[in-house]
Every structure is written in C-alpha cells, then in structure tokens.
Design a protein around this ligand. Structure first.
Ligand code: MLT
Length: 325
C-alpha cells in the first residue's frame, strides 16, 4: 500500500513538474551551438531557423559557432550543458552519425546523451572543382585526378565531416589517395577552393550554391539519387556513370539528455514554425535544401532516422576502413 502511494506520488510529481517546465521556458536567451565555422551548411541552416524560432519562443536564439574536431567539440559542449533547453545543438548528420565509428574515445554518446528535437532541413551532396582544374564532366575530372592525384588537394571540413566522408567514398571509387586538407568547416574550405588552394570538394549543396551561381567553382555531379531542382543541368553521379557515392545530409536540433518533454515540445513547435515560414522556405529552396516531410518532423522521427544513420554510416566507414590518421 505504502509503495503504491509512493508510486502515485511520483507520478503526480512528474505531472506537476512537466507543465511548470513548459510554462517557464524559455527564461532567458537560448544558445544554439553550431559545431562548425560560419558560412558552412550547418551555420546557414541554424541562422535561418534561429531567427524565426526566436519570434515564436519570445527569447533570442543566439547562434554560437564552436568549431573543432568535425563538430565533436561543439556537440560535447551541448551534451554537458544543463538540460533545460537553453543550450541546444544544430547537429549535422556527420557529427551525430559518423563520429562514433571514427572517434573511439568520443566524449559523448550520440544516441544516449541527447534528446532529439527535430530535423530542420536536408540537402544533397555535390562535387565541385576549382576553376583551375580542367574538365567539365565527372568522367573528365576523374581521368584528370587519376593522372595528377599527387598534385591535387582535396579540401574538407575536418576528419569526420560530411565533406570528408563524401569525397573519401568518391576518391576510393576513382582509386586515388590525394592529400586531404582539413578546415574548421565548409565555410573556410570553400574560400580556399574558390582561391584555388584546393582542387575539389564534396559538400552540401546549401553552402555551394552561391559560388556555383557566381561561376566561382565548377559543379561536376550531384552525389545523390536525384538531381537538385536548383541545378537541373548537373547530372547525378549515377547518371554520370559512378555508383555508391550518394549521400543526403540532414541538419537537426538536439538538446541535452534529460531536457523535460514539454521543453522539447516547445522547441519542436518553434522549429516547425520556423521551417514553415514562407521566407525561410523560399530561402531553403533557393539553396537547394529540403524541409522535412510531416512524417519526419517529430522528435521521435528524428530519433529513428538518427539511429538508422549511425548504423548505416558506421557500416560504410568500417567497410571502407576509413580511420582518423
Ligand atoms: C559545416 O561546415 O557545416 C560542415 O561541413 C557540416 C557537415 O559536416 O555536414
């Protein structure tokens, strides 16, 4: 009888806490950690949604770039933060799904140290080359790279980033091992690609579109199952004769483990409103990013997609024997 009363008391206490957390959240500005440098896809998506989430939540959502170790430095900061919803992560699929297979001593568990909030956007990968390189097609690029791999550098956003894994799969497929040049994010890597200091990159279309439209880099292939609507003339890798290099990347909001369910729900609602905002939607479309479908928008949907990607990309990384040097 006593234990039944205690159990009932615990249940009632939990119900009393839950609405209180919802009513009092947020109490101060929210920090959205972007675990890569400014100017990259994670940063672009974060800034687009943060501004609009602020309006719904009634408190500023401030983007903070905490770059390093392919996003794991920033993700670790959020994993250790107070679980009250005031510190959240814009987590790219790379940091949240590739890192366990690449970093055996990771300071956090991607699956058990975070509460999923929701997917903000997803985008296909594109192979782009410096204007200094000859070749307008994937076949011409591959032939040139094969003949000159000793002198052509491959830029990326750090070991374990999307650009690292995507181009490593491509390099393996072509059969080359060029020098990989890691940066603190796609933003600085792309600047060096435009400057001609690196030869090529494989990255999310979101941050490449501007330079492609400006004619500053050569788009060679979309490394995804379908062409991007914003680049209808760029073939997919499969259409260009190469298979097994496709990747579509999500960026999603996560909170520290233990963040109360009503707070997660408030963040999820604000995120949904942000991605449904017509101006945000228009900007995402221009950048070649896609909003999640209705079925992909809940925290539970993100939990399932995330777990599946940890398994899928972990298998790819282990299968291709990709390691942190
Ligand atoms: C970035 O700079 O935002 C990264 O390249 C993200 C990623 O690895 O997907």
């Amino acid at each position: 009888m006593i234990s039944k009363r205690l159990a009932l008391g615990a249940v009632l206490a939990a119900f009393a806490v839950a609405p209180a957390a919802a009513q009092t959240f947020p109490q101060r500005p929210i920090t959205m950690v972007v675990p890569f440098a400014a100017g990259g896809p994670t940063d672009i998506v974060a800034r687009l949604v943060a501004e609009r989430m602020s309006a719904t939540l009634g408190q500023q959502v401030v983007v903070e770039n905490v770059a390093g170790a392919a996003g794991t430095t920033g993700a670790a900061r959020v994993a250790r933060a107070e679980a009250d919803g005031h510190t959240i992560l814009m987590g790219p699929m790379s940091t949240m799904s590739f890192s366990p297979a690449l970093y055996p001593n990771l300071a956090f568990n991607v699956l058990t140290d975070f509460e999923p909030v929701g997917i903000a956007a997803s985008a296909p990968i594109m192979l782009v080359a410096s204007k200094n390189l000859p070749g307008k097609t994937l076949a011409e690029f591959s032939a040139h790279l094969k003949a000159n791999a000793a002198t052509i550098n491959n830029g990326n956003a750090g070991v374990g980033s999307t650009s690292h894994l995507a181009c490593t799969l491509l390099n393996n497929r072509i059969g080359v091992s060029p020098t990989l040049v890691p940066y603190r994010g796609t933003g600085p890597a792309l600047q060096d690609l435009v400057a001609g200091n690196v030869g090529y990159m494989c990255d999310q279309v979101t941050s490449l579109m501007g330079q492609v439209q400006a004619g500053a880099v050569t788009p060679l292939a979309v490394l995804a199952p379908t062409r991007s609507p914003v680049l209808p003339n760029v073939p997919t890798a499969t259409e260009a004769g190469m298979q097994g290099v496709d990747m579509v990347v999500w960026n999603a909001v996560f909170a520290p483990k233990g963040t109360p369910a009503p707070v997660i729900a408030a963040l999820n609602t604000a995120l949904r409103k942000a991605i449904d905002d017509p101006t945000a939607r228009e900007r995402f479309l221009q950048l070649g990013a896609e909003a999640p479908t209705e079925a992909q928008r809940s925290p539970e949907a993100l939990r399932a997609i995330h777990a599946a990607d940890v398994q899928k990309w972990g298998d790819v990384i282990r299968g291709a024997n990709i390691r942190v040097q």
